[in-house]
Design a protein around this ligand. Structure first.
Ligand code: 0RQ
Length: 501
């Protein structure tokens, strides 16, 4: 039985009735992180209502805050109904992306660890409603979190009203897997967070919510979005190979222990390929302190190489979800899901010495990284947690294929068209061509290395030519640039459909 509390069982209603309790113009905090643990029923009912009101000549919108990206049944339907005023933080929905880039929807892209603090400080206004998926409710009314935690603790604390979706598709064995820390506060009352190992449990397995705040409970049995991973291709495998060689060298140099340090891995096929490589590799007794547990991490746990994974959400393929749901009880000792202000906390990332590995849109020859904007202006997904980890990691690695769009775009450019991670936060850049370890190098030396090791051979001569001319005639010689030319590669792509000359 999923709803074991009598008073909350009495509040069960249909999704339409729950959606009717949300006022037009409301600020809504919804659960959901990388397609896991988002409400499946209320957003659709709300989208229908907003669309009907717009059709009747009374257009109304809501502001939507989540943990991170959700799914078509949440972001997709609300964006398609033109029902979102402001969206934050990370999103990856194609309809939302279109609306953000057409200017129809406002979007604020902030570090995932900062979201709760910004909301506590009031920058986004009052939180009117929280809509949170849980996997169960205990006899005494505590909430068993679902396949993601994200900002749910903050949404429940700050919202005037709470709507719960109880999802019986989620494994019952999620109970006990979460660690909800209630010790965070704003300065000057902030205390050290007492976590010194990824497996540490410093809070409680349940979300707490005053029962009188709960205005509706909706039942669902719908699956998470789930992400289909394509098997690693040659490019991902080559990138993974370079990363593994690098880790070997770091161990040999005595800078990393044989069990490495807690891994943080971004989402996507390249990250999955690296995790697959670690399964075959020589390292044992691994740990992860990351945001998202994807297929590769589950397989590393199955292989016995990964002892503990701490995250805020799952992002699994349908096949991996089946495996997880069958054996969830067995994974409970190996996996801890935490609120995202803890999974991504700079204090903890720095203390644990995470090895961070994230994807990029483009990198420049001096080591600046653009993770978010195509051609400097078109939002792709958002910075997500990459900045929380990159700046504070023990080693911050960025990975990318050296070209995009069938070779028309070089991922290594003279100057990035938008900066998410500055040269100061970037230790290592890896493409299928090779790996550039930038630590200890001046910008001029970094440029030589990035061009030689990471750029695609088709773009290498033009990058060298740019760098050499910049060395001769740049205004300053420290970070040599030809300002009139620095973004000309992007302009050429916009004008001619290719960066090639
Ligand atoms: O466009 O689909 O139209 O072809 O950009 O590119 O190759 O599918 O990208 O899935 O590896 O993600 C940085 C976006 C990379 C991701 C990013 C075009 C390309 C395609 C997408 P099409 P790919 P990937 C943990 C950590 C920030 C958040 C983060 C990301 C589209 O890694 O969101 O790290 N990172 N979080 O064709 C123009 C270029 C391009 C380009 C690719 N140089 N110029 N277009 N594209 N390179 C997770 C969380 O925080 C939740």
């Amino acid at each position: 039985m999923r709803i074991r509390n009598r008073a909350l069982a009495d509040k069960v209603v249909e999704a339409e009735e729950a959606a009717a309790m949300i006022e037009p113009g409301a600020n809504i905090g919804m659960s959901g992180f990388t397609g896991a643990g988002y409400p499946k029923e209320v957003p659709g009912a709300l989208a229908k209502r907003l669309a009907a009101e717009a059709a009747a000549g009374q257009p109304a919108k809501v502001s939507l805050w989540t943990g991170a990206s959700t799914a078509p049944e949440l972001d997709g339907v609300l964006a398609a109904a033109d029902g979102i005023d402001l969206r934050m933080p990370y999103q990856s929905d194609p309809v939302s992306r279109e609306k953000i880039n057409s200017g129809a929807m406002d979007y604020t892209d902030i570090h995932l660890s900062h979201v709760a603090q910004r909301v506590w400080q009031g920058f986004f206004g009052e939180l009117d409603v929280a809509v949170v998926e849980v996997s169960g409710i205990t006899e005494d009314g505590r909430l068993v979190p679902s396949s993601s935690v994200g900002n749910n603790k903050t949404w429940i604390e700050c919202a005037d009203k709470v709507i719960l979706e109880v999802n019986s598709w989620q494994s019952e064995h999620l109970e006990g897997m979460h660690d909800i820390y209630y010790g965070t506060a704003l300065p000057p009352r902030r205390r050290p967070i007492p976590l010194t190992h990824p497996a540490d449990r410093i809070g409680t397995p349940y979300l707490e919510c005053p029962p009188e705040k709960v205005v509706a409970v909706v039942r669902t049995d719908s699956p998470d979005r789930n992400t289909v991973f394509t098997p690693p291709d040659d490019v991902s495998r080559a990138i993974a190979g370079h990363v593994l060689d690098f880790l070997d060298l770091e161990v040999a140099a005595g800078r990393l222990p044989r069990s490495l340090l807690p891994l943080q891995s971004g989402v996507g096929n390249v990250a999955n390929a690296v995790l697959a490589g670690l399964r075959e590799g020589p390292f044992e007794g691994l740990t992860a302190y990351t945001e998202v547990i994807q297929d590769g991490m589950l397989e590393l746990i199955d292989s016995g190489k990964l002892l503990t994974a701490s995250a805020t959400a799952f992002s699994l393929s349908p096949a991996a979800v089946d495996r997880f749901n069958r054996d969830a009880a067995a994974y409970r000792d190996r996996i801890v899901l935490r609120p995202q202000e803890i999974s991504n906390h700079p204090e903890l990332v720095r203390r644990l010495g995470c090895l961070a590995m994230n994807g990029v849109v483009e990198a420049d020859i001096h080591g600046n990284i653009n993770s978010t904007h195509l051609m400097g202006s078109r939002m792709q997904n958002g910075i997500g947690g990459s900045g929380d980890f990159a700046r504070n990691a023990y080693v911050s690695v960025f990975v990318t294929p050296s070209v995009a769009k069938g070779g028309a775009i070089s991922a290594i450019v003279p100057m990035v068209s938008h900066v998410d991670h500055t040269e100061h936060d970037v230790d290592v850049i890896v493409t299928e061509q090779g790996l550039a370890d930038l630590r200890g190098l001046s910008p001029r030396r970094r440029a030589e290395l990035v061009i030689d090791k990471c750029a695609h051979p088709d773009f290498r001569p033009a990058l060298r030519d740019y760098h050499e001319r910049a060395l001769r005639s740049s205004f300053g010689g420290h970070t040599p640039h030809l300002l009139a030319e620095a973004l000309s590669w992007h302009q050429r792509y916009l004008d001619e459909g290719t960066m090639r000359r």
